[in-house]
Design a protein. Structure first.
Length: 911
């Protein structure tokens, strides 16, 4: 086992092999039977089946996905007691690994796979483990013991040779010539560079493929393939090497997907029962053969793999939706790559829904029942992303094809052929058509080209800098704020959870980009106190406002922010007197404003819990903003929240307010907080201790903000808006307390005014009265439209009578007055249609603006009289411009007095 970094705790990998392989068939075992046999075997050895955990990282470590079966067990392998109190554990754990996504499409790579594992936490060790693995392989799975090969650690100057494992293997019947000693890079596990953590040798198990073509031995060829391994954590890493552990652990990992291929004697990871139904479905939909069409085979594999992983991620207990950041971006990339290969396969993206249904209902529903519960939700999410990207893909592909064609055209006469798509072109595809860089790189590779990634990144950097400049708020200080504060000790103590007023001392003043000792009336500055009750903007909550009072002066604080070094920066203006460094002051937060902020912040916690109850557990925070006026909460959900759902959410929040639930806070070790079920904001990194805000058993979240003491303090909660922020992200805006009363007063006033205008006495009569007014308005509009149609028809007849014969053509002109552009077009079409050589030019005038519309019949167009040329000539005569199709075109003019000149200018083209 190789020495691996923390982010790659994996054995064996998601790969089966690079090359095609054939294995001697052991059985027709299905994936369901394999899972069952693994668990029953180890449960029979006293292990507790702990089940699988979420595929999604919990948001506290920065790890997006569970990439290995052992990953969730790391705290317990590192010494923490398991919550069950048991020391023998087993499970089958789903994993997602997308680092090699571009290699998916061969017979061996998957982005989702299952690891079968078992663990000893200070219980049994090498003797029992080697015997059990041998028993499992030979008696349960039918492996020939004489063909099994095994590797052990060869030893070095820092750790001894693992003779104990080698002797145990021999005693079980493994041939001595089939036991190989390999160096630390192959048969040793540890967290790279982490002193004090467990580590040790591992024992890997191999079996030969039987294709009759490769008779190479273990060390010289590719005939032997790893099926799993046992890691023996018997040492502790020290500064100078290793020392023996008192409590030794065992970690075993076998890949279910890989082992199933062995047992079934197959040559392709996509031919097991995990994929067979899906491949058959895609063959039927596309009419193409998986076995006989290489292009179709690759497309089917990618569609199958990426759809499977997407189903698992969306349907997970902590399910996610496609987005432009974090784990959601990886999901979006998987779905969009699958969508592109639907195009390659020649099938509609709806094929992905058929594939998803097979995975949910036939393949994984029994092992992962939550998928069945969330089936419609999963299908809706996939369909939504498919529909959104299909149009984008079509436009982007056209642009990409133009790019490739342009390069190839240049290459025709060039001595040195161009093989690089510029970063600017790749960035345009991303910026205009939503093409991620990875997709452009993949398409380029298929055309024998590469992408200038460095130039692309430079374009991206420039765009970000432009955006930052456009959105930049008023500066907190100067660009060298952090440098100025680097040597300022203190200024990081916050007492605002307990009070809104506190005494402190001025320890630094910044003005005009410099530190200074004194400021006076009218000066704008940033003040640092040794301790403060002012909350600094963070976590979506705005900073406090208020005042700082000294014996000699007073500062009005307009905002409070935190420097990257942790200083609380009070931004404000001296209202009177002078303030000096070293002054003793009293810092007073605007307590009324703070109370309003506290109410709104607590309402956001209630809202998230309510949304999860009404919409589902897939709802996760994607952003928030809280001030004294309102709250804004962004969350993951792929469709607009229905009015009846919003009503349920609002009612649930108000019910919790009426229940007068105490809001409590406590600081806990992060593992304890997670054990209690506290929600973390995904992507945030937390320290060892975290602050947890709880609203009874309704809501429990990691949060550093200020909150109401009791839900009853919120008074009333009202949702004022629901909208889309981005694909898969919705936004709810809401108010609490006095803002609800203000909103109700506004609505009451609007209703009163409306009732007065509509002349109704009671508000309850408003809907019927409004409906009556709308119906009458619609009737009148229809009557007016009919009258205009009659008038325009009459005008058309008059113009038709006055048509002028010019050679082979009949030229119809007229100023039809104030009509809409649509009516004008219809009039031109009426005069043109049904005639062989008709040429029409009409003008309308609305509020002094002239609109021209020209039409040419088929005969006229074939004779070279095009409407676009006619209207352009006419518009030029009026100081305007325009154009359009050969048979119909429009233009605008600036001078209504020159309409006759316009008609004459167009007439000249007919002579």
């Amino acid at each position: 086992m190789r020495v691996v970094p923390r982010s790659c705790l994996s054995r064996p990998s998601s790969r089966i092999r690079d090359e095609v392989y054939f294995f001697e068939r052991k059985s027709d075992m299905t994936s369901k039977e394999l899972r069952s046999k693994w668990l029953k075997f180890y449960e029979g050895k006293g292990h507790l089946n702990i089940g699988a955990v979420s595929l999604i990282g919990d948001g506290t470590t920065g790890v997006m996905f569970n990439v290995a079966g052992m990953q969730p067990l790391m705290p317990y392998l590192l010494g923490q007691p398991h919550p069950s109190g048991r020391k023998r554990l087993c499970n089958v754990q789903g994993c997602v690994r997308t680092v090699d996504i571009d290699t998916v499409g061969d017979a061996t790579h998957f982005t989702f796979f299952e690891m079968m594992g078992n663990w000893s936490l200070g219980d049994y060790f090498k003797k029992e483990k080697t015997a059990w693995t041998f028993e499992l392989l030979t008696k349960v799975f039918g492996f020939d013991k004489d063909k099994i090969c095994s590797t052990v650690f060869e030893g070095d100057e820092s750790a001894p040779r693992d003779e104990e494992t080698a002797e145990l293997l021999k005693s079980l019947g493994i041939r001595p010539e089939n036991i190989f000693y390999l160096p630390k890079k192959d048969n040793w596990w540890e967290l790279e560079g982490t002193v004090g953590t467990p580590c040790g040798p591992d024992n890997e198990w191999f079996y030969p493929r039987e294709d009759g073509k490769d008779s190479s031995d273990f060390l010289t060829g590719n005939r032997y393939v790893e099926v799993g391994n046992d890691v023996y954590m018997q040492y502790k890493k020290t500064e100078n090497g290793y020392e023996e552990l008192a409590g030794k652990n065992v970690d075993t990992g076998f890949g279910l997907d890989r082992l199933l291929v062995f047992l079934n004697g197959l040559d392709d990871g996509y031919k097991t029962d995990l994929f067979a139904g899906v491949i058959s479905c895609l063959e039927k939909i596309s009419g193409k053969s998986y076995d006989n069409d290489e292009v179709a085979r690759k497309a089917m594999r990618i569609i199958a793999d990426h759809t499977r992983t997407s189903v698992m991620l969306i349907g997970d207990v902590n399910g996610i939706l496609p987005s432009n950041t974090g784990a959601g971006y990886i999901l979006r990339r998987l779905l969009r790559r699958a969508i592109r290969y639907c195009r390659t396969l020649g099938v509609e993206t709806s094929a992905m829904l058929s594939v998803a249904k097979i995975f949910i209902e036939d393949v994984y529903g029994e092992a992962y029942p939550l998928l069945v519960e969330k089936e419609q939700y999963i299908l809706n999410a996939i369909q939504n992303e498919s529909e959104r990207f299909a149009a984008t893909l079509a436009g982007g592909m056209r642009e990409f094809d133009k790019c490739i064609a342009s390069i190839r055209e240049k290459n025709e006469d060039a001595a040195v052929k161009e093989t690089v798509i510029s970063g600017k072109q790749a960035f345009q595809l991303y910026d205009t058509f939503g093409f991620p860089l990875e997709l452009t790189e993949e398409l380029a590779a298929e055309n024998g080209m590469t992408v200038d990634v460095e130039e692309y990144q430079e374009c991206m950097k420039k765009q970000r800098e432009t955006a930052r400049g456009a959105l930049k708020r008023n500066s907190v200080g100067s660009d060298n704020t952090e440098a100025l504060l680097e040597n300022v000790d203190g200024g990081k103590a916050f007492t605002g959870y307990e009070t809104t007023s506190d005494k402190g001392k001025v320890i630094a003043i910044m003005k005009d980009g410099c530190l200074c000792d004194e400021i006076s009336e009218g000066d704008e500055a940033t003040i640092i106190l040794d301790t403060t009750p002012f909350y600094a903007e963070s976590g979506g909550q705005v900073g406090d406002t208020g005042c700082i009072v000294a014996d000699g002066g007073i500062i009005e604080v307009n905002d409070c922010k935190k420097s990257t070094l942790g200083h609380y920066m009070h931004i404000g203006k001296v209202k009177a007197g002078e303030i000096r460094t070293g002054d003793s002051v009293e810092a007073k937060v605007d307590s009324e404003r703070r109370e309003a902020i506290r109410r709104n912040h607590t309402s956001v916690h209630l809202l998230q819990a309510a949304l999860q109850q009404v919409l589902g557990d897939h709802v996760h925070q994607a952003g928030s903003y809280v001030d004294d006026k309102y709250s804004r909460f962004d969350f993951t959900h792929f469709e607009a929240v229905k009015p009846e759902e919003l009503k349920k959410v609002e009612t649930l929040v108000n019910r919790k307010i009426l229940e007068a639930i105490p809001v409590t806070t406590e600081v806990l070790p992060i593992e304890e907080a997670k054990k209690q079920g506290a929600m973390a904001l995904f992507g945030e990194k937390y320290g060892d201790m975290v602050r947890v805000v709880s609203v009874g058993d309704f809501s429990k979240e990691f949060c550093g903000g200020t909150h109401a003491a009791n839900t009853s303090n919120l008074g009333l909660y009202r949702i004022i808006g629901e909208s889309s922020v981005a694909s898969g992200i919705r936004r709810i805006e809401a108010v609490t307390g006095m803002e609800v009363l203000r909103l109700m007063d506004e609505q009451k006033e609007l209703l009163s005014e409306t009732a007065s205008v509509l002349k109704v006495g009671a508000w309850k009569e408003l809907p019927s009265k409004a409906a009556s007014v709308v119906a009458e308005t619609k009737r009148l509009e229809q009557e007016i439209a009919k009258q205009k149609d009659r008038e325009s028809a009459s005008q058309v007849k008059d113009i038709e009578k006055n048509g002028v014969k010019l050679g082979d053509f009949t030229y119809y002109t007229g100023n039809v007055g104030a009509v809409s552009a649509d009516v004008l077009r219809n009039m031109v079409s009426s005069l043109r249609d049904g005639k062989e050589n008709a040429v029409v030019l009409l003008a309308s005038v609305n509020d002094g603006k002239v609109t021209l519309c020209a039409g040419s019949s088929k005969g006229a167009v074939s004779s070279g009289i095009r409407a676009g040329n006619l209207v352009r000539a006419a518009a030029n005569a009026m100081g305007g411009n325009g154009g359009g199709k050969d048979d119909l075109a429009m233009a605008g003019g600036k001078n209504a007095d020159k309409i006759a000149d316009a008609f004459e200018a167009a007439k000249c083209l007919l002579k």
